[in-house]
Design a protein around this ligand. Sequence first.
Ligand code: PGA
Length: 243
Amino acid sequence: MPQKIVAGNWKMNGTQASLSEIQAIAETTQDIHCSAILCPPAHLLHSAARLPGQLAIGGQNCHHAPSGAFTGDISAEQLADCGAFYVIVGHSERREGYSESDSLVRAKAQAALKSGLTPIICLGESQEQRAAGKALEIVLAQLSGSLPDDPQVIIAYEPIWAIGTGLVPSVAEITEVHDALRTQLYTIFGAAGQDISILYGGSVKPSNAQEIFAITHVNGALVGGASLKAEDFLPIMRSLAES
Ligand code: PGA
C-alpha cells in the first residue's frame, strides 16, 4: 500500500522567524494519521529538523555530485547532514528556470538515494502541452527519463499551469494521469511500483483537498502556498487522513 503523504514546499520563502510556524505544524502532525514532510529553504533545515514532533524535513533541490566546486549548490549528503530525509527533485520551477533535463533529474534522484534520502520526483505538463492533447505523453516521458533504478521514491504530478494559479485540473484529468503513472510504475518496478506514493500538486488548499484525495491513485499532495501556514497545512493533512 502506498503511504499517505502531505509534503509542503516552502520555495524561497521564510526566515528564522518562520520556525514558529514549522513548530506549530510539527507539534500537531503526530495527532493526524498521515505522513508529513516539510521542505523549507536550506538555511532553516537544520533547526526545523530538530523541532519536536512527527514532521520529516526535506530539501527542495540537490546537486547530483557528492561534493566539489559547485558554488552555491548543496549536495544530498549535506541535506542529510542537516537532518533531512527527503529532497524534491525536478520541480518545474527548476526544470524551466534552470533548464534541468530528465537525465539531470534522474542523476539527482540517484544522488539522493545514495545519501539515504527519498527523492520526491516532480513531473507535469505546461498549459500548451495540455491544450495540444500531449499531457499524458509528456508526463510519462518525464517519468521514464527521471526515475532512478530504485523504487524508493515518491512521485508528484504537478501540472505547471496549476502551480500557484488557483487553477486545478478536473477530477477526470487528475484520474487519467495518476492511473497512467501507476500503470507505468507497475510496468517498471512490478509489485514495488504499487507501493510508490503518487502525490498531486498545484493549488491544493483546505477547500479542495477532500475532492482531490478521493481520487484513486492520489496518495497525497505536494503543497506550495498553503504549506506556509499551519492553519492551511493541517486541514489538508486531516483531509488526507480521513480519505
Ligand atoms: P502551489 O505550489 O500549491 O502554491 O500551487 C505547488 C508546488 O509548486 O509544489
